[in-house]
Structure formats: structure tokens, C-alpha cells
Design a protein around this ligand. Structure first.
Ligand code: NAD
Length: 470
């Protein structure tokens, strides 16, 4: 694995303004695999200045030409696809197949949608006697989390570039290596200097300096609701536009008419994917009381097929969680579940391996909506099954959290499932296991966030309007 001692600023690798470093740890064996600079305010300032200097030229670059640059970036990422996947296994602990398909190939494909969108999107429209120009919002601060490192970078950088914005990216401290690899792809794609800049560092230092910087016009943040709240306050104080993609506690509602084995299997898979570290995971499975015990038994059986172990090994479906801190957090929630009276059906607090930040895939039954494990985001391989008595009860429980990021509904007919989905307070719902769509808006209701990513909705986050009355 390649170690970096610099930051990608103004189109070149520059030494960091500090000698402090962040050790990158492989969560499967707890070994240090690289060190990256812990950037500070001076690095952030240099990066924002580079982005500001590059803004007029990039904003004036015709959208079709911006699309061509995005196409070149796409190709550069395709060339390094295997390296991205290997790096994700090493720094995140993502199981190899998942790292290759979902964590690497999917975001590269999403990037291609923006290459096309930049070239085809109408950046002006006519409204009666006015022409409305859609102009770039300016310099963007992109702050990303560790759970889907490449996807999170792409879902900000691609639309921002398509819109004509320039960017300073501050990736999560746990997974900076994929971001540095991304910077190498930016360089290989020949993007003009300063259009994309990458500064590694801690959130409360580099992240905060970036969000506060007066040269930043828009903050695009993905991460926890706690930090999102701070970023939102900061943006409000400075009158900067902001988009926040935050936490989730999504409900998977299995209506009585549904194909129960299929719905349960998909529900278990949703939570176990990425070793339980997916913001939109269906961590609450809602089942009618008539079929409750059958569903719990099906989930228990499905879960036993999820092999936990070395993420690099073929056949592993659940790897470690990203860090020791995260492991302790998840175990704390499991202990809390037991303490509050939930029935532990599988898994528990015991570590499945002596080394590495592993958590046993865990299944709780008899979970009620007032329990901590039904309310708070656990961010580990933990599934709770809740019981409902009728449809009203199911709607109430599904909506009974501060979050509203995602959801699932299963029923015999699409109409029945859609009718239920309309009553859910959430930004996205999969009907009978509908496929992930990278062109559909992604974002939260309630405390799951503000703004949308993906497709044209994602592009609009990086545009501001100017109307000309003719
Ligand atoms: P986090 O909030 O701890 O960190 C996210 C990013 O913010 C990191 O880059 C971090 O360094 C930075 N940061 C931390 N403190 C900061 C500060 N004071 N100022 C500026 N930046 C700061 O989140 P995490 O633990 O990395 O990620 C997990 C969280 O992200 C979960 O809550 C998950 O649900 C959420 N998430 C949401 C989505 C979504 O699309 N809604 C997607 C992925 C993850």
C-alpha cells in the first residue's frame, strides 16, 4: 500500500503544513498500513485558495467540456479499479466481493452518469419573460465519512464538477487512502489545477477549518447527525448553503400479504452488507404479530449463513467494523438491548475473533419501539425485529424515530406496498426489493438530513439561479 506524505493541492502533491500524521489501521488485523498527514488550518487555507483561483476558469468551461473531464476521470478510476477495491478491503475491512462491486464499481458507474448529465443538462430555462441561468454555487467543501469512502466522494465531487464548482475534499480520517487514490485519478485525468483538492486530517481540526473557511461557498457534508448539526449551525451563521446527509434508522415493513422468506432474507442482507455500516440499512424489521415468530426463525437461519472473518478471504460476508471505537460502540448497544429486555436470538457482545474489530452478526427479537436499539443508529451488524398489530400500528412504528433516510415495504402487490410507502416519513423506499437507482434522489427527511444527492437532484445542490427579465 502506498503511503502519502503530502496533500493534493492546486494540481500537485505538496508537503503538509504539519508533521502530525494519522495512522491508518487495517481493522481486520489491527496493523498500521500507512500514515497520512493530519492536515491543519494552513493546509485547508492553501486548498481553498487553490479552489478559488480555479473557479472562474472551471465555471466558464462549457458543460460539455466539463463532462469530457468527468469522462476522463471515470476512465482513470476504471484503470485503478482493482487498487480501489484492495484499498477498501485494507482500510475499511470491506469484504472483497462487496468492496469490488458495491464500493468500487457502483460509484464509478455513478460518476459516468454525471459525465453524461454535464453534457446534456439544460443550464438555463425560460420562465415567461425571464431567462433563468443555473450557475455554479462556487467553492465546495466536501466532507465525507468512512463507511462508503469512494461512493461518498463521487456523490459530491461528480455533481459539483458537472455544475462548474471547484472542490476541497476532506475525507474521513479512518479511510483516507481511497481519497488519495482518487486524487491520483484526478491528476491522471488532467483536470485543471485546483479544480479538485484533497486535504487529509481530523474532523475537528481540518474538517472544522474547512467548513469555517470564508472562501467556501457551499458545504456538502455526509456523516453523523451530531456533527451535521454543528456544520448546519456554522453554515447558518455564515449564510453558506449546505447539504447534510446524516444518520438513519430505517424500517423494513413486511405486510401480512408479503412473501415472508424473501422479505426476511433481503432484510437480513440489507443490514449485514458492509458489515452493518450502511446509513440507509433497514435496521428495524417490522412484522405482523401473526407471522412474527416465523419471521424471527427465518432471520435466525439466514443470519447463520453470514460468515464472519478476514475480509480478503473469498466467502467472507461480514468483515470487521472500521475501528476499535466503533466496535465498542456497537457492543455497547448490544449490551443495552439485552439490558432493556430485548430477546437476543443470535450473536451478542462476545468477539468472534481475538484480533480485529469484529462484532458477531446479532439478531434481537421482542424489540419495542421505545428501546434504545430501536431508536439510535447502531452502525454495526445488528438487526432488530419489531412486532405490529395492524397497519396503523406499523405506520406509527415505522415513523417513530427522529430519522427518515430510507425504508422497505413488502406486500403481495406493488399497489399495496406503494400505498404504505406513501405514509412513511422517509426520503427513499424500496418496494418489494426494488433495485438501487443511482439517478433517483437520495437524502433524508427529518434529522436524516437536508438536500439530495444523485442524478439531477444532486446536481441542483451545486447550482444557484440567476433570473434575467427580458
Ligand atoms: P462523522 O460525523 O464522525 O464524520 C464524518 C466526517 O466529518 C469525517 O470526515 C470527519 O472527519 C468529519 N468531521 C468530524 N467532526 C467534524 C467537525 N467538527 N467539523 C467538520 N468536520 C468534522 O461520521 P462517521 O462516523 O465518519 O460516519 C458515519 C455516519 O455517517 C453515520 O451516522 C451514517 O449514518 C452517516 N452517513 C450518512 C449517509 C447519508 O447519505 N445520509 C451516508 C453515509 C454515512
Amino acid at each position: 500500500m502506498k503511503a502519502h506524505d503530502g496533500m493534493y493541492i492546486g494540481g500537485r502533491w505538496r508537503p503538509a503544513g504539519t508533521s502530525d500524521t494519522i495512522a491508518v489501521i487495517n481493522p481486520a488485523d489491527e496493523r498500521v498500513i500507512a500514515e497520512v498527514p493530519a492536515g491543519g488550518a494552513a493546509d485547508v487555507d492553501a486548498a481553498v485558495r487553490a479552489a478559488r483561483a480555479a473557479l472562474p476558469g472551471w465555471a466558464a468551461t462549457p458543460p460539455g467540456a466539463r463532462g469530457a473531464f468527468l469522462g476522463a476521470l471515470h476512465d482513470a478510476m476504471v484503470d485503478r479499479e482493482e487498487e480501489f477495491a484492495r484499498t477498501l478491503v485494507a482500510e475499511l475491512g470491506a469484504p472483497a466481493r462487496f468492496a469490488a462491486r458495491v464500493q468500487t464499481r457502483a460509484p464509478i458507474a455513478a460518476l459516468a452518469t454525471y459525465a453524461e448529465l454535464a453534457a446534456t443538462h439544460p443550464f438555463e430555462e425560460r420562465v415567461a419573460n425571464s431567462t433563468v441561468l443555473l450557475e455554479p454555487v462556487g467553492v465546495v467543501a466536501a466532507i465525507t465519512p468512512w463507511n462508503y469512502p469512494v461512493s461518498m466522494i463521487v456523490s459530491k465531487v461528480a455533481p459539483a464538477l458537472a455544475a462548474g464548482c471547484t472542490i476541497v475534499l476532506k475525507p474521513a480520517e479512518d479511510t483516507p487512502l481511497t481519497a488519495l487514490l482518487f486524487a491520483e485519478c484526478v491528476d491522471a485525468a488532467g483536470l485543471p489545477a485546483g479544480v479538485v483538492n484533497v486535504v487529509t486530517g481530523y474532523g475537528h481540526v481540518a474538517g472544522q477549518a474547512l467548513a469555517e473557511h470564508e472562501g467556501v461557498d457551499h458545504i456538502s457534508f455526509t456523516g453523523s447527525t451530531a456533527v451535521g448539526r454543528k456544520i448546519g449551525a456554522l453554515a447558518g451563521g455564515a449564510i453558506k448553503s449546505v447539504s447534510l446527509e446524516l444518520g438513519g434508522k430505517s424500517a423494513n415493513v413486511i405486510l401480512p400479504s408479503a412473501d415472508l422468506p424473501r422479505a426476511v432474507a433481503a432484510g437480513v442482507g440489507h443490514v449485514m452488507a458492509n458489515s452493518g455500516q450502511t446509513c440507509y440499512a433497514w435496521t428495524r424489521m417490522l412484522v405482523h404479530s401473526d407471522r412474527y415468530e416465523e419471521a424471527v426463525e427465518l432471520a435466525r437461519r439466514d443470519l447463520s449463513g453470514y460468515a464472519v472473518g478476514d475480509p480478503a478471504a473469498a466467502g467472507t460476508r461480514v468483515g470487521p467494523v472500521v475501528s476499535a471505537k466503533q466496535r465498542e460502540r456497537v457492543r455497547g448497544y448490544i449490551a443495552k438491548g439485552v439490558e432493556e429486555g430485548a430477546r437476543l436470538v443470535a450473536g451478542g457482545t462476545e468477539a468472534p475473533h481475538a484480533t480485529g474489530y469484529f462484532v458477531a452478526p446479532t439478531l434481537f427479537a421482542d424489540v419495542t419501539s421505545d428501546m434504545t436499539i430501536a431508536q439510535e443508529e447502531i452502525f454495526g451488524p445488528v438487526l432488530s425485529v419489531l412486532r405490529y398489530e395492524d397497519e396503523e400500528d406499523a405506520v406509527r412504528i415505522a415513523n417513530d424515530t427522529v430519522y427518515g433516510l430510507h425504508g422497505g415495504v413488502w406486500a403481495d402487490t406493488e399497489e399495496e406496498a406503494v400505498a404504505f410507502a406513501r405514509r412513511m416519513d422517509t426520503g427513499r423506499v424500496d418496494i418489494n426489493g426494488g433495485d438501487f437507482n443511482t439517478l433517483a434522489p437520495f437524502g433524508g427527511y427529518k434529522q436524516s438530513g437536508v438536500g439530495r444527492e444523485m442524478g439531477t437532484y444532486g446536481l441542483h445542490e451545486y447550482l444557484q439561479t440567476k433570473s434575467l427579465q427580458l
